[in-house]
Design a protein around this ligand. Structure first.
Ligand SMILES: C[S@@+](CC[C@H](N)C(=O)[O-])C[C@H]1O[C@@H](n2cnc3c(N)ncnc32)[C@H](O)[C@@H]1O
Length: 334
């Protein structure tokens, strides 16, 4: 049990630092005495067990099955564990951490505009690991940047980010139009956020206390509901499915394959396979671009510890921005 106790203790610090005191207190208590959760998690010592467990309990609370489970009183939490052990066990086992952070569109939008400006072509988007596909609606949200705004005036969601001085998105880019002809995503476990269960699943992974995130999620899901044509979410492993989509791609649009915080978790062999599939496709004469987040060695310990890469074949890969994992900070470099 001690690795699990350590996982809860470590997670308690994150919960506190990132704005969820209810989870922080519960996690500390479970780190001191994990007995109430042992029938549920058994000897599962995966690092994300605390996140899976809290999301499972949150799901029960949101769905009305255990409305007081996250009241903040440990007795209410323990009663939910005792009364719903079997369902919690099943949810912890089957549902990995499932988040779809639309705030990351603040880094995607200018990058897509840059790729479209370079080629003068409409885009066909393919997202790797889209979860519910909310970031495939990147052009349907409104944005406020230091040098101007972008997006429909009646958008349900307005996003903004903290731009670092000297690294702001240029007004000339924000003056361009993004035309998206097709939106597809490939995910091991795609979520249909327009269903009650799909919505609650996504919502259950947003920690209590993070109200702005809930508001963003709700506005994005409502945008999705109102889309005349929703993105196509393909269930599968993208390292296996992507080569087929690339082989069938059109010559009339720029196929832009992108990902945020999915490929950083890939094993080396799978990452190589993906890079080779893109390289092979980039070698033919149909337009192709790649946008991806990768770790930035020099950024370790700063707010912007990741770099956003853009490659438009046959050109080389370029760093367009330094970013943080949530899309709250943007240092535009192009
Ligand atoms: C951390 S979430 C990020 C979701 C979304 N990209 C975002 O930024 O909000 C990672 C997503 O990648 C998916 N995923 C991870 N590895 C995958 C693979 N090999 N093939 C397909 N989907 C994968 C997961 O199911 C999950 O939905």
């Amino acid at each position: 049990m001690s690795a699990l106790a350590d996982a809860f203790r470590g997670q308690a610090e994150h919960f506190e630092a990132l704005g969820s005191p209810v989870y922080a207190r519960l996690a500390e208590r479970l780190a001191d005495d994990p007995a109430p959760i042992s029938p549920i998690v058994g000897d599962d010592e995966r690092w994300d067990v605390p996140l899976r467990l809290f999301a499972a309990v949150h799901y029960l609370a949101l769905s009305g099955a255990a409305p007081d489970a996250l009241s903040g009183r440990f007795e209410d939490f323990a009663a939910a564990l005792a009364g719903h052990g079997e369902e919690l066990r099943r949810r912890v086992e089957t549902h990995g951490v499932q988040t779809n952070e639309v705030q990351r569109c603040t880094m995607l939008l200018p990058t897509f505009l840059a790729a479209a400006a370079e080629t003068g072509l409409p885009l066909e988007l393919i997202e790797l690991g889209p979860s519910a596909g909310l970031n495939l609606l990147v052009d349907r949200y409104r944005y406020r940047y230091a040098n101007g705004s972008y997006g429909p005036a009646d958008a349900l969601l307005e996003l903004t980010t903290d731009e670092q001085s000297g690294g702001t998105v240029p007004a000339s880019l924000l003056g361009r139009e993004l035309v998206v002809h097709r939106r597809r995503g490939i995910d091991l476990a795609p979520v249909d956020a327009t269903t009650p269960d799909g919505y609650l699943l996504l919502r259950s992974f947003v920690w209590p206390g993070l109200d702005e995130r809930v508001a963003r999620l709700d506005a994005a899901v409502e945008t999705l509901r109102r889309m005349p044509e929703r993105p196509e979410l393909i269930q599968g492993d993208y390292t296996e499915v992507l080569p087929r989509l690339l082989a069938e791609r059109t010559a009339d649009a720029l196929t832009l394959v992108f990902e945020t915080f999915s490929t950083v978790y890939l094993p080396d062999a799978a990452a190589r396979q993906l890079a080779e599939a893109l390289e092979t496709a980039g070698g033919d004469d149909r337009p192709l671009a790649w946008v991806s987040v990768r770790r930035w060695e020099l950024g370790a310990g700063t707010d912007t510890a990741f770099e956003l890469e853009l490659r438009v074949w046959p050109g080389a890969s370029r760093v367009v921005a330094h970013v943080d994992p949530h899309g709250n900070t943007l240092d535009w470099r192009l």
